[in-house]
Ligand binder design. Structure first.
Ligand SMILES: NC(=O)CC[C@H](N)C(=O)O
Length: 336
């Protein structure tokens, strides 16, 4: 180590697959390519500039397209992250991930990582073989962010398109364009410019070291499913999930989480049968008002606050590992 040079941080890249590790037939193939073909060492080799910002090592944790991510994958990944971050020799972690469920994995980790050290998720919208692939610059940004002390203690982060997003509120908002990741109304946390992160805000909600959730001894999570609200909705999917043993249902309702007249008795029956009902909204923005579109006190329902349905599912699964009490569950939804 050159004494004049500042010591570089040690960043471990955990690769899970996705388009960032995808390859297509030609340089103009941006759809119809194969995700999860390129290995972690190849990803690192493709960006020699990483060596300027961190001492990087890589581990291939999975090699999948992220629509195939399961609860079991999340438990495996989270346990590995916690083991690595407990080591003095690891300063930060970058997780390369498919973009389809990236926001879900980020929020899961945000709730179960037991460290203040930076954890940064990153993906790409264009495969590695495409003209103007976004993977290399995104990976470079993610590694420098994970190596930067300013990223510590802010919860799990997402680095996409020169922007820093918080795990709780970021979403994929476009099927295919490179600027797909947005924190629409609550706002992203900052930018990465000229190889430096700049933070402007943080989430006020609990995460990581302040979280009450502990997955270290879990090998499975309770079954929670999502039913989607739409005109002409019926209870067929709801009834099937309950029959299959769902412990919780996220009702991704229309508007402010409104419930169709012919669906409401099904939700009430499911609650009476022991399942937890969380009202969320398919709208994507805004607070879901408790006792607004339904009398939650009387029906013993929980509301998702501002969480989108897929993130409400994650919080409910983790919350159900601690309690079945709906007052407690509602407290959790207002705190995370
Ligand atoms: N842009 C992407 O990463 C999408 C590829 C794939 N569907 C995935 O999520 O892994």
């Amino acid at each position: 180590q050159d004494a004049a040079k500042p010591k570089l941080a040690n960043v471990t890249i955990l690769a899970t697959g996705g388009t960032i590790a995808g390859s297509g037939a030609t340089s103009t193939t941006t759809v119809g390519y194969t995700a999860a073909t390129v290995g972690v060492q190849q990803l690192i080799k493709a960006v020699p500039e990483l060596a300027n910002v961190a001492n990087v090592s890589g581990e291939q944790v999975f090699q999948i397209a992220s629509e195939s991510m399961t609860n079991e994958h999340w438990l495996t990944l989270a346990k590995r992250v916690n083991v690595l971050l407990a080591q003095n020799s690891v300063d930060g972690i970058v997780i390369t991930h498919g973009t389809d469920t990236l926001e879900e994995t980020a929020y899961f980790l945000n709730l179960v990582v037991k460290s203040r050290k930076p954890v940064v998720l990153v993906g790409a919208m264009r495969p590695s073989t495409a003209m103007s692939a976004d993977g290399p610059i995104n990976l470079y940004n993610a590694v420098l962010l994970a190596a930067d002390p300013s990223a510590a203690g802010k919860g799990v982060l997402v680095a996409m398109g020169d922007q820093i997003h918080g795990a709780r509120d970021v979403s994929k908002t476009n099927t295919s364009t490179p600027d797909a990741f947005k924190t629409t109304e609550l706002g992203m946390l900052g930018y990465i410019q000229g190889s430096k992160p700049y933070f402007y805000r943080v989430s006020t909600r609990k995460h990581t070291v302040d979280s009450e959730f502990d997955i270290s001894n879990l090998s499975a999570l309770p079954q929670v499913d999502i039913v989607y609200g739409y005109a002409n909705m019926n209870t067929v999917a709801l009834d099937a999930f309950i029959a299959a043993g769902a412990k919780g249902i996220i009702h991704a309702g229309t508007g402010d989480g409104s419930v169709a007249a012919r669906v409401k008795p099904g939700l009430v029956a499911a609650r009476k049968g022991g399942a937890i009902i969380v009202r969320a909204s398919r709208v994507g923005q805004g607070i879901l008002a408790r006792n607004g579109e339904a009398n939650d006190d009387e029906l013993d329902f929980v509301v998702a606050d501002t969480l989108n349905p897929q993130k409400a599912r994650i919080l409910l699964m983790l919350a159900l590992t601690k309690t079945n009490n709906t007052k407690e569950l509602q407290r959790i939804f207002y705190n995370y």
